[in-house]
Design a protein around this ligand. Structure first.
Ligand code: GDP
Length: 439
């Protein structure tokens, strides 16, 4: 109880002193720090300026979390915006629908194209596909031999053709892939130390020959500011589908990721984190936002406070549910929580005493999917109080969620049942279960 009073007082004090909400004045220092930090991470100057202006505007007037200062709250908003800017936390996949599907890798010399052509081949090979590598980098001495060696180590064939004319190699390689029924073809093209006309003409011709579904530019994360102009030029000329950013195992904080994304609006799909062929992973924005922003201490403090807030909310939710005030939104959150733990069959395996028990987990999964779809199709008001649902709304929801009226009624029945159980629990359960100690 004292805790509550204390909280209310400190919150009132925060508001009186102007610390309860973000204002231009109370985040001046944080704005300066964030700018510096992003510039130090090698994010392009213009990108930093536009980004900060946008975030500042968005953050103005936002409420400051209880245990944070306005400066820290601003950094929290910056972090969230960085994650969003980099495409959220769902890695963008390579998407191929044709057979064979063509992926063309482009980029400057030394960025890691050849290595990453092999990494991609390894990934597909692991998935049970039948990749072919085409070595069309006739410019860098030894690039073709390097790819042949990498292919050999994987047992993935490498098409080299006459080793001299890139356009010809690609034309022949395409025929070869079709004849030998390869389902994925990865084309390694020539780079230069700097962009030049001859290289651009060549990659454009190769694009026209293979008509690839994916054109991925490989960018060295240590390249700094130059990455932006070259990414822009490649994208203007070829209309890229995404990037692979390499050498993130080194010291670079990875500011390049932000710059190229902001300038080209194309996603980073994978990152290279070492020279070995399995040092390669899908790009998770959340992992890199912290690294790019730096400010480790502040970020871990923010995370701690967020966890605390989540814990408080969970406690409040639990208390409310125990009082029988459960909503369909709670239902949905519970299903999501269960899903996070893995498939039902796996969860059951982890529960002692369930071995050998015959439960139709497939049916359970299907039921959960249906419930999720139904609740997702409801408005917030309906989720809070499904009594407001009319017959015609139920029909609309069934249509929208690909379920039937019967499914909806079944869900509502289980929901009522649960509510009743909770209420009974409150009435009789507390004393019985917890003696007199329960509040
Ligand atoms: P290309 O000229 O674009 O084909 O570049 P390469 O594939 O030959 O790579 C250039 C150098 O960078 C080679 O020594 C690679 O081993 C190294 N390299 C490539 N990707 C990575 C990476 O993600 N991390 C590290 N540490 N080195 C890499």
């Amino acid at each position: 109880m004292f805790e509550n009073i204390q909280k209310k007082l400190s919150s009132a004090f925060k508001n009186l002193s102007g610390q309860g909400k973000i204002s231009e004045k109370n985040i001046k220092e944080a704005v300066r720090q964030v700018k510096l930090s992003l510039l130090e991470a090698d994010v392009n100057y213009k990108v930093v300026k536009d980004f900060i202006d946008k975030v500042k505007e968005e953050a103005m007037g936002a409420k400051v979390l209880e245990s944070l200062t306005p400066d820290q709250e601003f950094i929290r908003v910056v972090r969230d915006n960085l994650i969003e800017l980099m495409g959220g936390n769902k890695p963008e996949k390579i998407s191929l629908s044709r057979n064979p599907g063509f992926i063309m890798l482009v980029g400057l010399q030394g960025s890691g194209k050849t290595t990453h052509a092999a990494k991609l081949a390894k990934m597909y090979q692991k998935e049970g596909r039948k990749p072919l590598l085409i070595a069309a980098d006739t410019y860098r001495p030894a690039a073709i031999d390097q790819l042949v060696q990498l292919g050999d180590s994987l047992g993935v064939p490498v098409f080299t053709g006459d080793k001299t004319d890139a356009r010809n190699i690609v034309k022949e390689g395409k025929k070869y892939a079709e004849k030998l029924l390869h389902d994925i073809v990865i084309v390694d093209t020539a780079g230069r130390l700097h962009i030049d006309q001859q290289m651009m003409d060549e990659v454009e011709d190769i694009k026209n020959i293979v008509n690839p579904e994916e054109i991925i530019m490989v960018v060295d994360s240590m390249m700094g500011q130059d990455a932006v102009s070259s990414a822009k030029e490649f994208n203007d000329r070829l209309e890229l589908s995404g990037f692979i950013v390499t050498k993130l195992d080194g010291d670079s904080r990875g500011g390049v990721i932000i710059s190229i994304r902001e300038i080209t609006k194309k996603p980073v799909k994978f990152v290279g984190v070492g020279e070995k062929l399995d040092e390669f992973e899908p790009f998770y924005a959340e992992r890199y936002a912290g690294r790019i922003l730096g400010m480790g201490d502040v970020l871990s403090l923010i995370e701690k406070v967020e966890q605390e807030v989540d814990k408080e909310k969970a406690e409040e939710d639990a208390k409310r549910m125990m009082e029988g005030k459960i909503t369909l939104e709670d239902f949905l959150q519970n299903i999501k929580q269960i899903r996070k733990m893995g498939p039902l069959s796996k969860i059951l395996e982890m529960i002692p005493g369930t071995q050998g028990v015959d439960v139709d987990t497939d049916k359970g999964e299907k039921e959960m999917t249906k419930m999720e779809a139904i609740i997702n199709s409801m408005t917030p008001k309906e989720r809070k109080d499904p009594k407001v649902l009319t017959y015609s709304r139920k029909q609309r929801i069934a249509k929208g969620s690909g379920t039937s009226l019967q499914d909806i009624n079944k869900l509502l029945k289980s929901y009522d049942q649960l509510k009743k159980t909770m209420k009974q629990f409150k009435k009789f359960g507390k004393k019985k279960f917890f003696g007199n100690k329960m509040p």
